[in-house]
Write a protein that binds this ligand. Structure first.
Ligand code: SF4
Ligand code: SF4
Length: 69
């Protein structure tokens, strides 16, 4: 099972990662950062993450780590 972790302290809420995930597993969260911008969340109830790291490569702020087994 693969998964990602988003480092909220690095995320700048640019949302570039949302569209690159082939499974659509990254969504805008209802949680905001200190600037009032919505953070993103990994939503993978069905364990669909491929561990492809497209999201991590796209993130300009190195806020996403991928764990692949
Ligand atoms: S590793 Fe791939 S499948 Fe998993 S969340 Fe990132 S882009 Fe989506
Ligand atoms: S690409 Fe990176 S900085 Fe932009 S919303 Fe996604 S995790 Fe946050």
């Amino acid at each position: 099972m693969s998964l990602i972790k988003v480092n909220n302290s690095r995320c700048k809420s640019c949302y570039l990662c949302l569209n690159v995930c082939p499974k659509g597993l990254i969504k805008k969260s209802s949680v905001t950062n200190r600037l009032g911008d919505y953070l993103v969340e990994f939503d993978d109830k069905n364990n669909e993450c491929l561990g492809c790291a497209m999201c991590a490569k796209r993130c300009p702020d190195i806020a996403i780590e991928v764990y692949k087994d």
